[in-house]
Each structure stands twice: as C-alpha cells, then as structure tokens.
Design a protein around this ligand. Structure first.
Ligand code: PNS
Length: 158
C-alpha cells in the first residue's frame, strides 16, 4: 500500500494545490493532505478552517484524507505509515528550498521518499500569497481558488 502525505500551509488552498492533490490521488493508494499548524504565523484562515475547506474541495476524491499536523513532517508521516512525501513544484525558484527540505527530510528518515509533481502550466504562477495580495486590493481571483472560499477571502480583508 503506497500512502503519500501532501503537506503544506494551504492558507488558503489554491486550485494549484487541488490540481496536485488530484493528480497525486491517481498515483498513490491513499493521499493524506496535511495542513501545518504553525503558531508562529498569523494565518488568514485557522487550521480548522483550512482543513474544512480542503475537505469540501476534495470531497469527490475517495482516497484523499485531510488532516493537520504540528512538529516534524517526517514524524507525522511515519505515524501515518506513509512512505512518500508529495510536493508540487512550480518555477526554478521553488527548487532550492524544496531540495533543501527534501534532503533534510531524507536525513531525518531515509525510508521516506520525496516525490515532486510539476505544476500544470495554467497554475504555474499561482501561490497562496499572490492570491491574498490580489484579493486584498479587490482584484479578481476567480478560477484561482476553490469557489467555496472565493467570497470568504474577500471578506477577510474587509
Ligand atoms: O506550503 P508550505 O508553507 O510551502 O509548506 C511547508 C511545509 C509544511 C511542507 C514545511 O514547512 C514542513 O514540512 N514543516 C514541518 C516542519 C518540518 O518537518 N521541518 C523540517 C523539514 S525542512
């Protein structure tokens, strides 16, 4: 059984994230989307809200579970019996940071492989931060995030 963990902040989840989760679900028996609980950051959505949003957005994906975690990702993955960490990769600029994390995670637990899925080109410029920036100034974010949170993102900036 190949269980993959797809970790992230997901503040908020974008359609780029949903695309990576959907494609991961076709590659692995089970995908656990794990929302990082990071008390050091001031998020737009609470961890509980992010979990609920992802549950709704991934409702049709039967082998996808949504959860949250704190602490080390490798410890969380081990606890879930996951042998793969799956991450999306956009531009070359992502690579350096992702390589560093993948190598550190490999050092922490050599049994767990990090696998990268290349972004779909239509989402290659997308990030949670850029969505927040555009929404903050009233710009259009239609098609960039799950429809269920579009209005809520604008409300948070009012
Ligand atoms: O969506 P993000 O913010 O790029 O996700 C980053 C995440 C959650 C994958 C990363 O910060 C993480 O794994 N944090 C958990 C702490 C950890 O395990 N750190 C050591 C690996 S470098």
């Amino acid at each position: 059984m190949k269980i993959a963990v797809c970790p992230g902040s997901f503040d908020p989840a974008t359609n780029g994230h949903i695309d990576i989760i959907e494609r991961s679900a076709k590659l692995f028996d089970e995908v656990i989307v794990a929302v990082l609980n990071n008390p050091q950051k001031q998020p737009l959505f609470s961890v509980e809200e992010r979990v609920e949003i992802l549950k709704k957005a991934c409702n049709s994906m039967k082998n996808v579970e949504i959860d949250s975690f704190s602490g080390l990702l490798t410890e969380y993955a081990k606890g879930k019996k996951a042998n793969v960490i799956v991450k999306g990769l956009r531009a070359v600029s992502d690579f350096e940071y992702e390589l560093q994390m993948a190598l550190m995670n490999k050092k922490l637990n050599p049994e767990i492989e990090t696998v990268f899925i290349m972004t779909s080109s239509k989402y290659s410029y997308l990030s949670s931060n850029i969505v927040k920036e555009v929404a903050k100034f009233g710009g259009c974010i239609r098609g960039l995030v799950p429809e269920i949170i579009e209005d809520e993102i604008y409300k948070r900036f009012r």
